[in-house]
Design a protein around this ligand. Structure first.
Ligand SMILES: [Zn+2]
Ligand SMILES: [Zn+2]
Length: 337
């Protein structure tokens, strides 16, 4: 079967022939990959800024935001049948497993020896077929066929928001989301779904498609100086946004940093202390966050989520990976066409 892969020897991206996956265990599921979403991680992979191939191989099949359709399941799989929609979790436990991986919180792995399909040491889903264990697959209802590819990126958002709300400990009066990429827009939509007023801040035009999606769901928008908020979600991927997230925290507020790069600058430790402000870094997602993603996809207005997706053929991967515009909505490759 054909797969889109990075060649770490030639530092190039190419479509290549790979072996079809085989089910070897009773708890494994074979599925056809329907769609793969592209995000900033894929673009950084395509620039060879991160990632590594599986051991003893020189190429890595990319693609970690996948939606699949089950073709066959082992006898040990009770909850999935042929035709069911599934989204895979991307991180796999470290070996020997650390205490977080042992309790199914691989997203919080403390050894750092995990693998991630399509990113670190394990092939991804930009191909026709895949096999995963049942515990690595999240079942999506058939009604989510047109938006199920958002389950993985939304799971990252769900983990962040759950942590922010848990740490805040009361009903936030306002949330501030920094960045209007797909993660920022999804964060705004989830917070609004929780009936928390949201202000979205980014540098792009209020007329941009992504900003209009958030605005039509009820988010305020500013390119200028944003207001203080009880919860701040940094999804801009810029160091300046990390500092802004901390500066805009109301007393007892919680900032979750999802994308900011390392930075040098002055940091308001004193304000943090006297205001009981909290800063959380968050990556990946655990089982609860995936469950939250599936149930929120069913609750958030489908038209807003569908408007966030732009579908392109599988052959367009060079364009989407190497020259993908930061202004684009969520790019999704259709693989089963
Ligand atoms: Zn991603
Ligand atoms: Zn671990």
């Amino acid at each position: 079967m054909r797969a889109v892969a990075l060649d770490f020897h030639t530092r190039s991206i190419e479509e290549r022939e790979v072996a079809e996956p085989v089910r070897r265990r009773e708890d494994e599921v074979l599925f056809r990959v329907l769609e793969v979403g592209i995000c900033g991680t894929d673009r950084a992979l395509a620039r060879f800024e991160l990632g590594r191939p599986p051991e003893k191989e020189s190429h890595l099949v990319i693609g970690h935001e996948a939606l699949g359709e089950v073709l066959a399941a082992g006898a040990g799989v009770k909850n999935l049948r042929r035709g069911d929609l599934v989204a895979p979790a991307i991180r796999r436990a470290c070996r020997p497993s650390c205490r977080f991986c042992r309790k199914r919180r691989r997203d919080a792995c403390i050894s750092g020896n995990y693998t991630e399909r399509g990113i670190i040491g394990a092939h991804g889903y930009f191909t026709d077929l895949a096999v995963d264990r049942k515990g690595d697959l999240i079942k999506a209802p058939p009604g989510l066929r047109s938006i199920g590819v958002l389950i993985e990126p939304l799971s990252v958002v769900e983990k962040a928001i759950r942590q922010a709300l848990d740490a805040y400990g009361d009903r936030p009066r306002r949330a501030l989301v920094l960045g209007a990429g797909p993660i920022g827009i999804l964060a705004a939509l989830v917070l609004l779904e929780r009936r928390i007023p949201v202000v979205l801040h980014s540098l792009e035009s209020p007329a941009s498609r992504r900003v209009r999606i958030a605005a039509s769901a009820g988010a305020g928008y500013t390119r200028g100086d944003p207001p203080e908020a009880d919860i701040v979600i940094e999804a801009a991927g810029a160091a300046a946004a990390g500092f802004l997230a901390v500066r805009k925290l109301a007393p007892s507020g919680v900032a979750v940093i999802l994308g900011a790069h390392n930075a040098r600058g002055s940091f308001p430790f004193h304000d943090l202390i006297v205001g009981n402000r909290k800063i959380i870094g968050s990556v990946n997602a655990g089982p609860h966050a995936f469950e939250d993603a599936v149930s929120d996809l069913g609750r958030i207005g489908k038209s807003n989520l569908e408007a966030l997706i732009e579908r392109v053929p599988r052959g367009a991967f060079r364009k989407t990976l190497l020259s993908g515009s930061r202004k684009a909505p969520k790019i999704v490759h259709v693989l089963d066409a």
